[in-house]
Design a protein around this ligand. Structure first.
Ligand SMILES: Cc1cc2nc3c(=O)[nH]c(=O)nc-3n(C[C@H](O)[C@H](O)[C@H](O)COP(=O)(O)OP(=O)(O)OC[C@H]3O[C@@H](n4cnc5c(N)ncnc54)[C@H](O)[C@@H]3O)c2cc1C
Length: 576
């Protein structure tokens, strides 16, 4: 079946919905989503959205932009960070006007709390900058935007998994999607396509990410020969629930929660004397791993699964139940621990992809050498780059709203000015053949063991601390797993609701992105932000102040670079 729209938005998280909302002012827009929109991972965001409203104390967008650049260990494109911080204020009021029920201060203004790496006066102390709706901020954003899109007549295709991109040279023609309920392939012809498919935390064994976060957008574009930017920078959030990875928001520390080792020592004072527990995430995750390696984890056995405590019990029941009600629920359900009474056992969990599809500040896919016509990306799948080597908490939600909106606006202009494109039934052939092969292969391998091994390899070898030997080994093992993947077949050959076919496509995407991530990491011989090497412990601006651009060809990955925009602040050593 062939459908025709001006613009296709792939993904119904915060980024996709905001772009759809903007583009639909002028264009005929459809959103394709493999999940029901409200199940997108944006709905899981707990802590808040950062904007220098200054409702609790003095604040400024300039400080926010600076914190973003410094937090990202100076790999951030500074003009993009400035746009992010300045536009964040407008974005939050815009969400308020659209009906988002923010938590309030006594005087009726939007409430704000502290978050890691967000400071006043260029690093002098933590500032209240995160706007929140209890610990359900993302859920509220998603509900608000979805309602607005429905009002604007955006057409939704739910449970449609995009499998292929249609390009004519460097000009977009549309996408091919698989309909879960029927197994049918649909061709969507469009002048503009935006990928807002979210993150790919499922590459790792312990992760805060939902099962659907498999990096489909970046992988589809990587297979079309588009380089991926800064993939070595993957964030580990310091406080995942022990063994499960489910996130405990940084908002707990923003409200005054403290990390402690086995001796009950609040150890962050040794690592970040000014910001303590509110240092950026890369530093806090490393501090936890260092405590564990020194035998100061709770079990004290120095193993990778050893952990520390996150203590919020001194905050009192009222604060816990009012400010972090969902977290309190998770802890009671999964751990049998009431955080108003006892500390929570936590360990770092794979959380956020700083890297992804390279874009300019209007969301256009831009490799630094080629700009693709009609092809856009936004949200976690994209790399603008405002997060550099390490994202600050609350800056992803801002990224979705600010850059999702800018992309949507550009799309509206682009489709009104550009000529027609054409796509037809035969364009589904490549996707159809791939699925046919999976169906016809006899006695092939299963998905499960390949997925499990990939997640173990990435967790152990491309985790918080890295070495050349481990990363090289990871590249090799992922290459072997990609070979094994060629022997996978489906057990369920039915047409309707065949989620196995979709799972296989997702595994392929994760394997491709794992290879790009491991190869990008293995070549960067310095430590910067989330890329922490035991064999190259220092940041090296002379050699490495540049973005990695990694292209996948067959079994190997070739590396190129792109300059970093440092037009506002000169890179300095990072202390907190
Ligand atoms: C537990 C958790 C808590 C977080 N808390 C915060 C926070 O407090 N503040 C903050 O700033 N950030 C937070 N983050 C990060 C932030 O929530 C995410 O980075 C952000 O929501 C991603 O939004 P997105 O729009 O890019 O993608 P998502 O919200 O992940 O949506 C992706 C969409 O793409 C669709 N999709 C994917 N693949 C396909 C395909 N092949 N075909 C069709 N559709 C597809 C999905 O159906 C979905 O609709 C948190 C993340 C997690 C995991």
């Amino acid at each position: 079946m062939v459908h025709t729209f001006d613009a296709i938005i792939v993904g119904a998280g915060g980024a996709g919905l905001y772009a759809a909302l903007e583009a639909s002012q002028k264009a005929k827009v459809a959103v394709l989503s493999k999940l029901y929109p409200q199940r997108s991972h944006t709905g899981a965001a707990q802590g808040g959205i950062g904007a220098a409203l200054g409702n609790v104390e003095e604040d400024s967008p300039e400080w926010h932009a600076f914190d973003t650049v410094k937090g990202g260990d100076y790999l951030v494109d500074q003009t993009a960070a400035k746009i992010l911080a300045e536009d964040a204020v407008r974005a939050v009021y815009d969400l308020e006007n659209r009906g988002l029920p923010f938590s309030r201060l006594e005087d009726g203004k939007i409430a704000q709390r502290r978050f890691g790496g967000h400071t006043h006066h260029f690093g002098q102390g933590a500032v209240h900058r995160s706007c929140y709706a209890a610990d359900r901020t993302g859920h509220m954003i998603l509900q608000t935007l979805y309602q607005q899109c429905v009002k604007n007549d955006v057409k939704f295709y739910d449970e449609f998994q995009v499998a292929d991109l249609l390009l004519d040279g460097t000009t977009v023609r549309g996408v091919v999607a698989f309909e879960l309920s029927t197994g049918e392939l649909h061709v969507f012809q469009a002048k503009a396509v935006l990928f807002a498919t979210g993150g790919f935390g499922r590459m790792f064994k312990i992760t805060s990410n939902a099962h659907a976060n498999t990096g489909d957008g970046p992988a589809i574009l990587a297979r079309a020969g588009i380089p991926m930017e800064d993939m070595e920078f993957y964030q580990f959030h310091p406080t995942g629930i022990l063994g499960m990875g489910i996130l405990i928001t940084e908002g707990v520390r923003g409200e005054g929660g403290i990390l402690k080792n086995r001796d009950g020592e609040p150890f962050m004072q040794r690592y970040a004397p000014t910001l303590l527990d509110l240092a950026p995430r890369d530093m806090v995750s490393r501090a936890i791993m260092t405590e564990v390696a020194a035998g100061k984890g709770v079990r004290g056995d120095r193993k990778i699964d050893d952990y520390v405590w996150l203590d919020a019990s001194h905050l009192g029941r009222e604060v816990v139940e009012k400010k972090i009600p969902d977290i309190a629920d998770f802890c009671k359900t999964y751990l049998g621990v009431d955080p108003a009474e006892k500390p929570m056992p936590v360990q770092p969990t794979a959380h956020y992809a700083m890297g992804g599809i390279p874009t300019d500040v209007d969301g256009r896919v831009d490799t630094g050498k080629v700009v693709y016509d009609g092809l856009y990306a936004a949200g976690e799948a994209a790399c603008v780059s405002v997060h550099g080597a390490n994202r600050l908490g609350t800056n992803s939600l801002v990224d979705l709203i600010v850059y999702g909106r800018r992309a949507g606006q550009h799309i509206a202009r682009y489709v009104s000015e550009s000529g027609p494109v054409s796509a037809g039934e035969k364009d589904a052939e490549r996707a159809r053949q791939r699925i046919e092969v999976l169906r016809s292969r006899k006695g092939g391998r299963h998905v499960g063991p390949i997925m499990d091994r990939m997640q173990e390899v990435m967790m152990e070898k491309v985790g918080v601390y890295r070495t050349q030997e481990k990363m090289d080994r990871a590249v090799q093992e992922i290459q072997e797993l990609r070979q094994q993947f060629k022997e996978v077949s489906v057990q369920d050959t039915g047409a309707g609701f065949n989620s196995e076919v979709l799972q296989i496509m997702e595994l392929e995407n994760l394997l491709d992105l794992s290879l790009v991530t491991a190869a990008s990491a293995a070549q960067r011989t310095e430590s910067r932000g989330a890329h922490a090497r035991e064999d190259f412990t220092e940041r090296n601006d002379d050699q490495w102040l540049k973005h990695t651009m990694a292209t996948i060809t067959g079994d190997s990955v070739s590396i190129d670079f792109k300059p970093v925009d440092i037009s506002i602040w000169e890179p300095k050593p990072r202390t907190y």
